[in-house]
Design a protein around this ligand. Structure first.
Ligand code: FEO
Ligand code: CA
Ligand code: CA
Ligand code: CA
Length: 598
């Protein structure tokens, strides 16, 4: 089909169609196999999954809930031909009413939520590292691998490092050092480093903290990020989630966490040098001089795009030394000009108003309140920056701005051009001189998402894009080993208005006459979100994460037509077993008979 009317050079698949139903769909000629589901065993002694008899202890030995970011690194490190790899999975959040019958059937779910449910949720958050092995072209988990690990919000000890570590604002009654934290929260997208570590981005951490900001010492800081949140009443199980009992605990979340997947006993490190905000992802690329550049979006309406540049250069022969690279460096925030140019502004204490006149006493203060520091530098508020993906083959960078229904006519600008933007856009950034450490860049909108057949939407794709090649709400991005861009969508509950179709994965051309041409490759079941696209180094397998099947917008889905409950979900994907709730799962795509995917 590559020579077909709406093909993209370098891609070889026939599109699937927009739509929504209870299962997944993949382009013809490919297999989509379920690799791991919520509750699957990860260790030789894992108990079998029993949704009616869950416990925190069982969950800590099983695959966690919603799966977002996926990373892959070969086993052993550096051996790209190996049939063994470590799969790194973020478990972002839990949909508790779809997990627990008792909660789903309660008259008042807030009163029915138990400390045990809170601990199960904490155990289901975090990450999974699991060995996967290829046999005859098909990948499967190795459930007794010594590398397998569950990282959780409940138990995993982590260290803080960098300029804010040990600061008074990070000290708690359980940790007078300000350097030790239990767990990680809301790990959305992430990244893998060239030295084979796994970066977990803490996104909507505000949602876990309850209490009152009246006379609170962190009132200005917490208001800026939306604390108290109200996703889960975890404070009933652990007082540290009550901001009045433990006023600084929430300052210990919102960071980038680095994990060494090759050492299951290693202590994950929260690197404060990369700033504290609702990190969507953290993808790495090297500057010309070998310093590490990490791009990260802050996913909320009117928030900013950041990059971090390490102080030192990577040492290709020394993994251990490279694990200190994210401890020291400079964080920058982006300002986009109307003429297609742009600038990275350094967030450095003592410069440009980031000083005592604005309530900052040190670099630690600048990093703890990264958003407020970026406000002062007059950074450009964006339409919810999600994943940011550098393309190492071209040197260009792609940022998914997922949507922003609240921008309004007054606040539109060239990079956020639509007032009621429920569709999103993808920005292409070209660093000056092709060097990711440059302070200047140029930018262009690659696509404005939404249906181009409806002129009132103001979508912009390549004019040859088919009725299925457009998408809404770009979120996770991936550049495959051939340098091709892939776009995963997350329309949330808004899918009936944004596209009328389920989320999915699209190939998107960035070059030549087909630039801006999309092709639909995969579609998730109703209520799910498409996450984690990640190719193997040979391009012959594509790992996909399908999170919260049945959850979003089930009430707008005929034939279901009502919100999903435990007993009556809109889908029971992927098991379709009346005894099983819908389960977030990892899918592996391979080409029938072998060869490159897509
Ligand atoms: Fe967890 Fe920004 O999506
Ligand atoms: Ca997402
Ligand atoms: Ca990505
Ligand atoms: Ca999203």
């Amino acid at each position: 089909s590559e020579e077909g009317e709406a093909g993209i050079p370098g891609f070889n698949f026939d599109e699937i169609a927009h739509g929504v139903d209870e299962t997944h769909h993949v382009a013809p000629g490919h297999d989509a196999d379920i690799l791991l589901r919520w509750g699957d065993p990860l260790f030789a002694d894992s108990p079998p999954f029993d949704p009616e008899n869950q416990s925190p202890a069982a969950q800590l030995k099983q695959f966690g809930y919603n799966n977002d970011f996926l990373g892959l690194t070969p086993l052993p490190f550096g051996d790209e031909e190996s049939p063994h790899a470590l799969l790194c999975v973020n478990h972002e959040f839990t949909n508790d009413p779809l997990m627990h019958r008792a909660l789903s059937e309660a008259a008042d779910p807030r009163l029915a939520y138990t400390p045990q449910m809170a601990r199960i949720s904490m155990a289901a958050h975090g990450g999974t590292i699991v060995e996967v092995k290829k046999t005859d072209g098909k990948w499967a988990p190795v459930t007794d691998s010594p590398f397998n690990r569950r990282i959780s919000a409940l138990k995993t000890e982590m260290m803080l490092d960098g300029p804010a570590a040990g600061h008074a604002r990070l000290k708690t009654s359980a940790d007078p050092s300000g350097r030790k934290v239990t767990g990680t929260l809301n790990n959305c997208a992430g990244g893998m480093t060239p030295w084979g570590t796994y970066l977990m981005a803490e996104e909507n951490f505000h949602g876990y903290f309850a209490g009152s900001l009246d006379e609170h010492p962190e009132k200005r800081n917490y208001e800026r990020v939306g604390i108290p949140g109200g996703f889960y009443p975890w404070f009933i199980a652990d007082e540290r989630f009550d901001i009045n009992k433990e006023p600084n605990e929430a300052n210990r979340f919102g960071w980038i966490v680095e994990v060494d997947p090759y050492d299951p006993a290693s202590t994950p490190v929260k690197h404060t040098a990369l700033g504290r905000f609702k990190h969507e992802g953290c993808e790495t690329v090297l500057a010309e001089d070998g310093r590490v550049v990490i791009y990260s979006g802050d996913d909320q309406r009117f928030e900013y795009l950041y990059k971090f540049i390490s102080a030192a250069a990577v040492d290709p022969g020394n993994r251990r030394a490279n694990m200190n690279l994210l401890s020291e460096g400079t964080l920058y925030v982006a300002r986009f000009a109307e003429d297609g140019s742009g600038e990275w502004l350094p967030l450095v204490f003592g410069e440009n108003g980031l000083d005592a006149s604005n309530g900052f006493e040190s670099q630690a203060d600048v990093l703890i309140e990264t958003r407020r520091a970026a406000d002062i530098l007059d950074a450009t508020p964006l339409d919810r920056p999600e994943d940011v993906q550098p393309n190492p083959k071209t040197g260009r960078v792609y940022a998914a701005l997922t949507n922003n229904s609240k921008r309004g006519e007054e606040a539109t600008d060239a990079v956020n051009p639509r007032a009621h933007n429920i569709w999103g856009q993808i920005v292409e950034i070209t660093p000056e001189g092709g060097d990711h450490s440059a302070r200047k860049f140029t930018w262009d909108l690659l696509v404005k998402a939404g249906n181009p057949a409806k002129p009132e939407i103001g979508a912009a794709f390549n004019e040859k894009t088919s009725a299925n090649g457009w998408f809404a709400c770009p979120d996770n991005l991936e550049v495959d080993p051939q340098g091709r861009l892939w776009v995963a969508t997350d329309q949330g509950k808004g899918w009936p208005k944004a596209s009328g179709s389920a989320d999915g994965l699209w190939a998107l051309s960035t070059e030549g006459e087909t630039r801006g041409l999309g092709r639909m490759f995969f579609r998730v079941p109703v209520g799910a979100e498409m996450c984690g696209p990640r190719f193997t180094a040979d391009g012959e397998a594509l790992f996909l994460a399908v999170q919260h099947p049945g959850a979003d917008g089930a009430e707008d889905y005929a034939p279901h037509g009502r919100p999903s409950t435990y007993a009556d979900p809109a889908t029971r994907w992927p098991d379709f077993d009346p005894a099983m709730p819908p389960r977030p799962s990892i899918v592996v795509i391979t080409r029938k008979g072998g060869g490159k995917v897509g």
